[in-house]
Design a protein around this ligand. Structure first.
Ligand SMILES: [Fe+2]
Length: 186
């Protein structure tokens, strides 16, 4: 189940909580963040390669490319036995911005985005079928968890792909990681 919770910068206790995808989308629209649910392609197997995944979601990917001018798309998969899982996790865990949109469609698994566009922190638990687009320049971080399991389509408008500008803030350390977030949302 996808979840959006909204927090003050200094405290985790959320003061807004949404699980209805339409409500999540409407609330995130107010911070210029796109959230959509796409129907999953059940014919894709667990071991489907990048080309098969991009082909399965070609219509939705094309629609976003036309709307936002994305130049390239790829698929990234992180599994609990990925040799670089800890290094990959740390790369996304500190607050950063991009000069490009950060667009992710969750083909499988889940991950926790924290957006920090203003004096509030927006936690978005994304699951398979969720599309999220973090606007350029919006501070954010992301946790895939200690046992990462996710497969996402990424879309880029620049040839450089994923380039992070770290803010140097330690705010991410003060918010729960994925496992603790799930525990606290029970
Ligand atoms: Fe990012």
């Amino acid at each position: 189940m996808s979840i959006l919770t909204i927090h003050s910068e200094g405290e985790f206790q959320p003061f807004e909580y949404y699980t209805d995808p339409l409500e999540i989308a409407a609330r995130l629209r107010r911070i210029q963040t796109l959230f959509e649910r796409w129907p999953l392609c059940p014919e894709l197997t667990q071991n489907a390669e990048q080309d098969a995944i991009l082909a399965a979601y070609a219509n939705s990917v094309r629609r976003l490319r036309e709307r936002y001018g994305f130049q390239s798309a790829d698929v990234i998969a992180i599994t609990p036995d990925h040799p670089d899982r800890d290094a990959l996790r740390r790369k996304f865990l500190a607050e950063h911005t991009h000069s490009d949109f950060e667009v992710r469609f969750f083909v499988d698994g889940r991950g926790l985005f924290y957006l920090h566009p203003d004096a509030k922190v927006y936690a978005v638990l994304c699951e398979a079928g969720d599309l999220i687009s973090v606007p350029a320049g919006t501070k954010h971080w992301f946790d895939a968890g200690e046992q990462p399991n996710l497969k996402v389509i990424r879309l880029f408008t620049t040839p450089e792909g994923w380039v992070a500008n770290y803010t140097g803030s330690d705010i991410a350390d003060r918010f729960p990681k994925l496992e603790e977030y799930l525990e606290r949302m029970k």
